[in-house]
Ligand binder design. Structure first.
Ligand code: NAP
Length: 247
């Protein structure tokens, strides 16, 4: 029988204070695991800890773009059976209006932080055998869209790095997979709605055979990849997009 149980396991969730990461936290706790949650905003993190209950939840404030703060996280973290790298940001801008500063900032959070954190946790022997690493990427890294140059580049790079990480960590029985969601009604979608307007978002949703998703839809896919049921799956990307990229 496939085993979806996470009892006795410890999972780190970055970007835990909002949207998809927040839904992953609830799912991971419901599946029986202990959880280490991170966010860069102390107030939101404290609110999250209160909501989730402190018993199986350790909260660590960290700006993931800061190397020193990442090192402190690696030191403070217990041995992990799973990571969901949910922290991320988006920048929508036409190709003629890109700036080096915005490119570096997005690359730093969306690509460098999950890759360097995974590397440091592996080096520090903080990833147990059979651990599962889930990189939250995006369909933007798989198909082109206007205004997505910077975001697409960061998520495409993340998925590519995930495949190489999977090969390197397989001898330790550590799995690495990417999860590529389409538009999900969470923080980032609100930002897109603000930038594009309601009419454009409604038109965009029509391109989704099953409509836009919810944070719980992505949490469910993350839980599968974290669980022993996915023990033979590594180095791949699970697309979770209501059929958006099926055509
Ligand atoms: N929503 C979508 O439609 C969608 C679609 C595809 C992929 N995704 C991906 O899914 C992930 C979550 O998206 P979301 O919509 O749930 O985003 P969100 O609601 O905006 O949440 C972003 C999270 O990242 C954390 N974060 C931001 N900057 C940080 C930093 N420097 N250091 C540490 N943490 C930081 C935030 O915590 P603090 O505020 O505490 O810093 C927050 O918890 C992202 O990687 C995104 O690219 C989202």
């Amino acid at each position: 029988m496939p085993n979806f149980d996470l009892t006795g396991k410890t999972v780190l969730v970055t970007g835990a204070t909002s949207g998809i990461g927040r839904a992953v936290c609830s799912g991971v706790l419901a599946a029986g695991a202990r959880i280490v949650v991170t966010g860069s905003n102390q107030g939101r993190l404290a609110g999250l800890s209160t909501d989730l209950g402190v018993e199986r939840c350790q909260a660590l404030r960290v700006d993931l773009t800061d190397a020193g703060e990442r090192d402190a996280l690696v030191k403070a973290a217990p041995a992990l059976d799973g990571i969901v790298h949910g922290a991320g940001a988006i920048e929508l801008a036409p190709a003629a209006f890109l700036s080096e500063e915005k490119l570096r900032s997005l690359q730093s959070l969306n690509y460098e932080a999950p890759v360097l954190l995974t590397s440091a946790l592996a080096k520090g022997r903080k990833l147990n055998a059979e651990a599962s690493v889930v990189l939250i990427a995006s369909v933007a890294g798989l198909v082109g869209a206007k205004g997505h140059v910077l975001y697409a580049g960061s998520k495409g790079a993340l998925m590519a790095a995930g495949r190489a990480l999977a090969l390197e960590l397989a001898p330790r029985r550590i799995r690495v997979n990417s999860l590529a969601p389409g538009m999900v009604r969470a923080g980032m979608a609100d930002q897109a709605q603000g930038a594009l307007g309601d009419a454009a978002m409604e038109a965009h949703e029509k391109e989704y055979p099953l409509g836009f998703g919810t944070p719980d839809d992505v949490a469910a896919a993350s839980l599968f990849l974290l669980s022993p049921a996915a023990r033979w799956i590594t180095g791949t990307t699970l697309v979770c997009d209501g059929g958006f990229t099926a055509r």
